[in-house]
Design a protein around this ligand. Structure first.
Ligand SMILES: [Zn+2]
Ligand SMILES: [Zn+2]
Length: 117
């Protein structure tokens, strides 16, 4: 999620769900400023356009910093021949704010990386 700042007071905006309207019965996401009344309604399309490209996702997978303090979780390594039963993991929001986060995993044994969701 990119950080967006309020044009009025330069505070980081937070994402919120606006009330539903006839045009957007599901409501629409919007940025809100916590310290002033600034609001910026977002159409769903805004997210589609800023979705991470596959390549960027792969780069995120290979990033070293993400793994530095990663916790590990009991899971099954998907690599054939590896019986790894633990993987480091971290989570990233790479889609719309209202969808579940994507979990990136890396086998502690063979360093195979994969993601779930
Ligand atoms: Zn503001
Ligand atoms: Zn493995």
């Amino acid at each position: 999620m990119p950080l967006v700042f309020c044009p009025n007071c330069s505070n980081a905006l937070t994402i919120a769900r606006a009330d539903s309207t006839n045009q957007h019965p599901m409501g629409v996401n919007r940025f809100e400023c916590r310290t002033c009344p600034y609001e910026w309604a977002l159409e769903k399309k805004w997210y589609d356009r800023t979705e991470l490209k596959q390549k960027e996702v792969e780069e995120a997978l290979g990033g070293k910093d993400e793994w530095k303090n990663a916790d590990s979780v009991a899971t099954q390594c998907p690599k054939e021949g590896c019986n790894g039963e633990r993987a480091y993991f971290y989570q990233l929001q790479i889609r719309s704010a209202d969808e579940p986060m994507t979990t990136f995993l890396r086998c502690v044994k063979c360093a195979t990386q994969w993601r779930e969701n």
